[in-house]
Design a protein around this ligand. Sequence first.
Ligand SMILES: Nc1ncnc2c1ncn2[C@@H]1O[C@H](COP(=O)(O)OP(=O)(O)OP(=O)(O)O)[C@@H](O)[C@H]1O
Length: 586
Amino acid sequence: MEALKSIISQSAIRDTAKLVVIGGTVETARRASVSAWNSFVDSFFLTAHFGQEDYPYDWIMHWLAKQPSWSQSREFEITTRDSTGRGGVNALCEEEEEVDVDLLDDDDQLVHGKRKRQVAFMPSLNTTHHVFYHGHWLRITRSMRTTEYGPSEELKISVVARNNSILKKLVLQAKREYEADMDDRVNIYLADHRRFGGWRFNGSRQKRPMSSIVLEPGVKDMLLADAQDFLRSEYWYGERGIPFRRGYLLHGVPGSGKTSLIHAMAGELGLDIYVISLSAKGMSDTTLSTLMSRVPPRCIVLLEDLDAAFTRGVSRDAKSTGIPRAGSSSTATTATPAATTEAPDPNTLSLSGLLNSLDGVAAAEGRLLFATTNHIERLDPALSRPGRMDVWVDFKHASKWQAEGIFKNFFPCKPKNSAAEGTKVETKPSPKNAIGKGGKNAIVVPILDEEEIAVLAAQFAAHIPENELSVAGLQGYLLRNKTRPREAVAEVEAWVIKERELKIRLQKEKEEREAKEKLEKEEAEKKAKREAAQQRLRPKKQPRLRPLLQSPRRAVRSSLLRQRRQRLPSRKPRARHHPRKSLMTR
Ligand SMILES: Nc1ncnc2c1ncn2[C@@H]1O[C@H](COP(=O)(O)OP(=O)(O)OP(=O)(O)O)[C@@H](O)[C@H]1O
């Protein structure tokens, strides 16, 4: 005890204890003051967070890219590529030829491919930028965060203000500017397989005028009027308890304008397109239903090649088409024969999963669903029933009427009253007749007058066989002759003959290939059968481990017998003494 007292009374230990107490108190006081200061500062700052997954992020990034204050900033990102996740910043810049960068004198340095792209400025990651906006300094930080769907970007804007009206104003202005700049474009989103059930911006396309789609009279107008009527009728649907959804099934031959029509309609209706490829890797019932539940209320959902949905992956029957098998109810049918007998695989797409995601409880409202297929006969009737697919449009090969329309669309013409110069051909580049943006390298298209174009279009159509060639094929031919309208008509007959020959050749090659494949398959089957038969005839091998399988007593006995037999000298088998036989011989 005495010894302990003497240790405690030692001054060094007492001083250490004092230091620990004082240090702890100081650190606690420091932390408390920092936290108090942060709370004090935060009470003045209003902070808004913008996640990359949502539209306001794009609006703000788009707005930021246009801020002149970047010229004073000491750290920022310059990009010509979509790095916002949706591409809102650059989408509008892609096709502009002007390059407005003061920093870079040599425009040629910015040439990417054949086209100059405008660069965009972005706040760099994990740095704070200050932008002056309507009398307030905005503190902007771009950072990465981890969400349940993986890493994603976040934008944080803080501002010293009494209420959030300045932030509301900023978001509204950013939205307005974004929409104005995107007015002539259609945004395309793809299902993002890196983020389960998420959507990824895939760029924006120039709107396609409806007039550039040539379909049989009335089809375009009917579709457009139907979609417009649907978008106006939300209240009507709600009152009657009908799900506010509309489906369009565009079916028919390849290259007949199905996809092009959807793009043109999206532009006309001012809607974004959300594309789902059902045969993509990783597409399952759960992924599809998550994707469908995450599309915004007013948009176009495009399911391309609906018939190919069930022909993917090793766990599927390669020939499966989604057609219900005998004895199975359509809504419970899965795409694979295996799946009909076994438990459904959660990692693949089943017909019932697809049907549920189209009109199940979780399916989005207010969307226009467009599905395309080249093989309508392969579709399950449940998929194409009204309520899921309300309007069906059949796309065929080009008619004469379409051929004439395509020709007229292709070649510019002078209006009737300005045809004083007759059929004189314009040879100088102008916005109307130049391909490219003018300049010495522009290709000049001769502008004929309206009457001549009409006559040429009629002659062109006369040489096109009804419902035999695809519209895409006609377009390809006219593209090759885009500066030679008269020659295009003069040479069309020869082209049609060539196309027919090509078709016949391709068909023959296909048949030969199929016949060869069939033969190979038959031979492989025969070989497999032969091998199986031989297998059956072959004597069964004695199991080698027999002694081990015997009972231990039997095994010991047989091994003793074997040993004795080995020890005995080999003798001739002795004739047995047969009493009756010996009697006889005697
Ligand atoms: N009816 C049409 N009017 C105008 N252009 C057309 C038409 N049909 C096809 N085209 C042109 O042909 C090309 C291919 O068209 P599109 O991709 O829309 O065909 P599709 O029917 O969707 O083909 P697929 O079934 O193979 O997907 C496009 O460049 C488009 O401009």
